[in-house]
Write a protein that binds this ligand. Structure first.
Ligand code: ADP
Ligand code: ASP
Ligand code: MG
Length: 424
């Protein structure tokens, strides 16, 4: 009997009927004789709705209470799924993250898994149960308070459990048939990638491809867990995320110059205008962001104007941290000596990703030409060895992704199916 871990995302369990459908899928896996652990997300857009509710009640909810609230989403779906399985004659028990032994740091909203003590899960599996764990949550080692692991982090719960339980592999069930060369919601002609290395998947996830949570991929790589991303709405094969050595020769992506195009509409841009061009001013600006525990993505500093001795610094950050960042910087306006702050959340990021670009010159030129041909202005640029990212105006994001996808020859004739979900 082998152990498998399956994770079902929110759009796969959006309503009562879907929960029963997923229960039938799990029952089939159980009937094949596997010991099944299931990680479940909150139903549909529940997490977003709970978040909206919190902000209707309070402009700045305490993060501890937000976590108490948000964790109820996964608790609901876990319990409902256990009921549906028991009705099918399949023994099942649900557990919260805390009950499942998911021990985390204390940082509410973005806690890290420190360890998993799977005593109760082991016992439940030994009793022959399908063991259902509420995703995206745990309990702080120090404060004993309930924590959440960041948006989209049920994937990370699943991989961490697969590692600690010694599972053969981890299946991530979602609302598309795997990882595609671009978001199928934006590019219907995107191609499913049958196999992808951890490294490329990490780069895609870091650039906004939310089909897999970045930390889940990092975890899988560290622990050597093979991950199968696939649809809960079909029996089609999906995408295997694996180490390079385990990828079939014909599928090795180095042969392809570009793996895919990622897009991210969740960032905002802050421009600190008129910063005195003196040693330490930029450092101080980012110290303030670090103290507020805000992750910065791209940074651009303009050449300073000789006449004024001042410069502008622009950077991008998660839109959800935008207001906090503006407040934190305004609080030190006089100390840093800048003139004003500009805030823009009408931006989108497009990234071209591919290990092959290391050895193929001209990728940047082709990408920028495609944007120019579509009359799209580039606002900021950042690159790594295997990625080129640009910021464009939000309304042009979809066109920019489509243009890049076509330019690098990634289009197929087929329609990439989006089975469910609101894309929220
Ligand atoms: P779940 O609720 O199952 O966790 P998510 O919404 O987190 O699902 O992730 C699935 C979504 O990721 C898809 O519906 C799709 O719109 C989006 N996505 C973005 N980029 C890609 C890509 N390259 N391949 C597949 N899906 C992608
Ligand atoms: N329900 C959580 C979210 O929406 C976690 C997850 O779905 O992975 O972010
Ligand atoms: Mg997800």
């Amino acid at each position: 009997m082998s152990r498998i871990v399956q994770k079902y995302g929110g759009s796969s369990v959006a309503d009562a009927e879907s929960i029963k459908r997923v229960a039938r899928k799990i029952a089939r896996a159980k009937q094949r004789g596997d010991a099944v652990t299931v990680v479940i997300s909150a139903m549909g857009d529940t997490t977003d709705e709970l978040m909206d509710l919190a902000y209707q009640v309070s402009p700045q909810p305490q993060t501890r209470e937000l976590d108490m609230l948000l964790t109820t989403g996964e608790r609901q779906s876990a319990a409902l799924l256990a009921m549906a399985l028991n009705d099918l004659g399949v023994k099942a028990r649900s557990y919260t993250g805390s009950q499942a032994g998911v021990i985390t740091t204390e940082r509410h909203g973005d806690a890290r898994i420190v360890t998993i003590t799977p005593g109760r899960i082991e016992k439940s599996l030994a009793q022959g149960n399908v063991t259902i764990v509420a995703g995206f949550q745990g309990v702080s080692q120090d404060t004993k308070d309930v924590t959440t692991l960041g948006r989209g982090a049920s994937d990370t719960t699943a991989i961490a459990l697969a590692a600690v339980l010694g599972a053969k592999y981890c299946e991530i069930y979602t609302d598309v048939d795997g990882v595609f060369t671009a978001d199928p919601r934006i590019v219907p002609t995107a191609k499913r990638i049958p196999e992808i290395t951890y490294e490329e998947m990490m780069e895609m996830a870091a650039a906004g491809t939310k089909v897999l949570h970045l930390r889940a991929v990092e975890y899988a790589r560290r622990e050597g867990i093979a991950v199968h991303v696939r649809s809960s709405f079909s029996d089609n094969p999906g995408t295997w995320v694996k180490g390079h050595a385990d990828i079939a020769k014909g599928n090795q992506m180095e042969e392809a110059m570009i793996t895919g195009i990622a897009s991210d509409a969740s960032e905002a841009k802050i421009t600190v205008v008129g910063v005195p061009d003196e040693v330490g001013r930029a450092a101080r600006t980012f110290d303030v962001m670090a103290a507020a525990e805000i992750n910065i993505d791209m940074i651009v500093q303009n050449v300073s104007a000789v006449s004024t001795g001042r410069t502008d610094i622009s950077f991008t950050l998660p839109m959800s941290d935008g207001q906090r960042a503006v407040q934190a910087l305004n609080a030190v306006k006089d100390e840093i000596g800048f003139e004003e702050l500009l805030y823009d959340d009408q931006i989108g990021k497009v990234s071209v990703i591919g290990i092959g670009m290391r050895t193929h010159p001209g990728v940047t030129a082709a990408f920028f030409d495609a944007l120019a041909a579509n009359d799209i202005n580039i606002d900021m640029i950042s690159t790594s060895e295997i990625r080129i990212s640009v910021i464009v105006e939000a309304p042009k994001l979809a066109t920019a992704v489509q243009a890049a996808h076509t330019t690098f020859g990634l289009d197929t004739n087929g329609e990439a199916v989006v089975y469910a979900g609101t894309g929220r």
